[in-house]
Design a protein around this ligand. Sequence first.
Ligand SMILES: Cc1ncc(COP(=O)(O)O)c(C=O)c1O
Length: 453
Amino acid sequence: MEKDKTENLMADSYSPLFYQTDVELPLVAKAEGCRIWDTEGNVYIDGCSGAISVNMGHNHAGIKRAIQEQMDKVSFTYRTQFESQVAIDLAYKLVGLANNKLDKVYFVGSGSEAVESALKLAIQYYYATGQKQRSRFVSLRPSYHGSTLGALSVTAYTPLEKPFEAVTQKSIHIEGPSYYRKKEDSDDAHDDEMLRLARKAIFEEGGDTVAGIIVEPIGGASTGARVLSKRYLSGLRNLCDEIGALLIMDEVMTGAGRTGVWYCWQSVDVVPDIMALAKGLGAGYYPVGAMLAKSKITDAVMNSGGFMHGHTYAGNPLACATAIGVLNAMEHENILDNVRRQGGKLKAQLLELQQRHSIIGDVRGEGLLLAMEFVQDQATKEPFPAELNVFSIVTTEAKAQGLLVYPRRCLDGTKGDHILITPPLILDDEIRNEIVQKLDVALRNTQDFLEKH
Ligand SMILES: Cc1ncc(COP(=O)(O)O)c(C=O)c1O
């Protein structure tokens, strides 16, 4: 028995590591700017910033220096024993970037933690202010808010939800807008109808049980960069005010400059009560996220005995120094301007690809959070059968060309193939053109493959 086990451990196919799937991956050797090399010498353009996180590209000298300088002083102190100047500085910085409209900051280590903290802060706020019945959340279907059990409760993406249904909180999932597949004549009419249905669902379930509505202002992997309109987001804001609940914006993917503004809500001027931030804040150099909130919420919680929540690594000096290094580099290199300029050009090129590749049904997104959705027929918008795994074919073909993209499904995770094209925000003309040229070949190869099968 022991012998068999040892033999198994020695087999070439064995690895003690496991993630979501068992796909064999190249071994990474090094990365620089928008490119990554594997140990076989192959080079890839990072067309999706890893998991839409490496916003400042790889091996950034200024960010590395900021981290090193902090490590030379102190890497870790615990927040109940010491305050650190970098944590204070970062909190001021994030509040300043929010034009002081969200004036309190709580640090975390990931997007799921930021969402988890936002949900718990909302619940504790109502607990502290005598509305204990407000403990439920409203979120859009589809949506992705993270993988921990609380964040998963508000996530609406069937394959991720199913195994955990028995233990997740029952949230109110309202159908999110689909400007691409809408039945109404205009986007405005579609927004109004979606808001009407949302209001109806919330009132049926009991508006006074709701602690908050959580929403990604521009969807990520679950919608393929669906951009919610100012009209819809204002409608959600009004709905929250009407029922007395909080508006929580999940800016884990959109925040920290990805869409050409610091926080996505600033471009529609719909101010949330709480915001979750991560991914681009640490830009892949160190895990760091934040929850920003209005002080009327945090004051009530603090006055009731403090926020009953916390993670060991939250707000440690190294994490905060990394985020400061990232934000300083972004300001120094005028990154928001670059995102708007390069994002506009890249979107125009993706729209050109749509003219040539009939499998591209829709191109959408803002700044450098862009996506294309694949369909069998541009006129009917019929998605491909799920078993064809078109999202995976395109991604594999792109990788064969040396381009990394981020595949998912936008019809509740079960069909509706799309890829996210979300390169680092330092994108330049040369890399942008290479991305488009490689994607063009990958799409042609995908189309050839589909015609043969
Ligand atoms: C909108 C959104 N919220 C939350 C998360 C969870 O973040 P993390 O993977 O850092 O836990 C993600 C991750 O993709 C996300 O896109």
